[in-house]
Design a binder for this molecule. Structure first.
Ligand code: ATP
Length: 443
């Protein structure tokens, strides 16, 4: 089923996934705060990425560079001169828009027709000043991408780890862009997180470089399937030359069918030696690679797979959103893949005023929590309400301790009911088998 943005935003707020940033002060446009379930969902996505792209390979080097960098980095990378969006302003109400995001004959705020002046270039980097004295020299920027933190550490990794080509640097971290028009919930924010890889290849072997590009694209798709995204909603876009960054020899965007339309989720770009060459020239550092076999010095080419964490969170939420049933039985649930679900299972006593049920439920909860950690305990309201609550946050399994667990029907002693989120069906499983059951289902 297709979900609307209103449904998603409301569920995220109601259930404590995502809130407007600085909400009690009326908010701050383009910023979002994550509550416990949102943090868990985001961490699951980041951990799965790390597992696949860093820990799962033997050619990746992790980096965690500072957000604040010498302003020279941003001059050399081209961001000071060129990280611009075309901005137009309504001459009546002064509202500002990105030129490519509106129909410039009508102002979306005041409905005035034909009042936009010519577009001017607006630099999207947030400026800041380092130290006590505000001067041109003390100026820096909040990084608009994590990539440059890896290029400036290229030499550090070469000198300390001596990797052989091809190899990659990988990083997860915050990025900041002063978007002219933040919109579509977390999709276009002013502060967000990126997961990026700068993968260095030998430029002398163009065939191998092209194969690596395709292999990295396949890895991106594999990651989306690990997150449980339906492949029907994912689209490959070969970016035409006129729309590519000037340094990119080839770019493939992965777009996703968000509730507001098909938009960029991930990117993959062949950045050539543009960044290393620019930093070598500007810094004077030697950013070449020595080929031991041919005794040649070369500047590697770079292929960059880039992922936006918030856009993945939004895609995972909208892909998982479901409604079913009628009238009293109507329910909303999130059909998360178990790997991304913030809570893996919820343990409940059938009744919270029966100490023997509560004691057993607490015991089961403690055992599962120590093994799976993301386990909830819920004894509020009746069982039906608890199921609805867990369905809405996408918990795959609900485990209930009842009188049969305690031996009311002797054959059922030490068994519990396990309810499946998607089908709503229940089965009885013995406590001895419960851990193995969950371990298998949650993979
Ligand atoms: P767009 O064209 O949508 O502005 P972009 O092409 O500028 O995006 P990149 O510079 O390629 O984006 O950034 C890499 C990734 O970072 C994107 O694929 C996206 O997932 C994420 N990203 C970029 N801008 C934002 C933003 N304002 N809010 C959230 N995520 C973003």
């Amino acid at each position: 089923m297709s979900v609307t943005m209103e449904q998603l935003v409301s569920l995220c707020k109601r259930r404590g996934f995502i809130f407007q940033g600085s909400e009690i002060y009326g908010g701050l446009a383009g910023t979002w705060d994550y509550g416990p379930l949102g943090v868990a969902l985001k961490n699951n996505i980041k951990n799965l990425w790390w597992k696949q792209f860093v820990d799962g390979r033997n050619d990746m080097y992790a980096v965690d560079a500072a957000i604040l960098m010498n302003q020279a980095v941003w001059k050399a990378s081209g961001h000071v001169a060129g990280f611009n969006d075309p901005l137009v302003e309504c001459s009546k109400c002064k509202a500002r828009f990105r030129e490519d995001q509106i129909d410039t004959s009508v102002c979306p705020v005041c409905d005035e027709k034909g009042t936009f002046g010519p577009a001017r270039q607006f630099n999207m980097m947030f400026k800041t000043s380092i130290g006590a004295v505000e001067s041109e020299d003390a100026m820096s920027y909040l990084r608009p991408e994590t990539a440059q933190g890896m290029f400036v550490n290229f030499k550090n990794i070469l000198d300390t780890y001596h990797p052989k080509l091809p190899f990659g640097l990988a990083q997860i971290g915050k990025a900041f862009r002063n978007e002219i028009a933040p919109r579509d919930f977390v999709f276009r924010s002013r502060e967000f997180e990126q997961m990026e890889i700068e993968y260095f290849v030998d430029p002398r072997d163009e065939g191998a470089a092209a194969q690596t590009f395709d292999a990295l694209y396949d890895e991106q798709l594999r990651f989306l399937s690990v997150l449980g995204l339906s492949s029907a909603n994912v689209h490959k876009i070969d970016v035409p030359a006129e729309d590519r960054a000037h340094y990119s020899k080839r770019s493939v965007d992965t777009e996703y069918d968000f509730p507001f339309g098909q938009k960029e989720l991930l990117g993959l770009a062949y950045r050539t030696d543009y960044d290393l060459a620019a930093h070598a020239t500007a810094s004077g550092a030697d950013l070449s690679y020595f080929d031991e076999e041919t005794k040649e010095r070369i500047v590697p080419h770079c292929i960059e797979p880039t992922f936006g964490v918030e856009r993945l969170v939004l895609a995972v939420l909208s892909d998982a959103y479901r409604e079913d049933g009628e009238g009293e039985n109507k329910r909303t649930y999130l059909q998360f893949a178990p790997t991304v679900a913030p809570i893996k299972a919820c343990v409940s006593p059938l009744l919270k005023n029966k100490p023997e049920l509560v004691a057993k439920a607490q015991e089961v909860f403690a055992v599962l929590k120590s093994r799976f950690s993301a386990i909830a305990y819920d004894d509020n309201g009746n069982i039906g309400k608890r199921y609805r609550r867990q369905d809405e946050i996408g918990t795959p399994y609900c485990i209930v301790i009842d009188f049969d667990t305690l031996g009311e029907i002797p054959e059922l002693v030490d068994t519990v009911t396990v309810r499946d989120r998607d089908s709503g069906t229940q089965q009885r499983i013995s406590l001895a088998d419960l851990g193995a059951f969950l371990a298998e289902k949650l993979q």
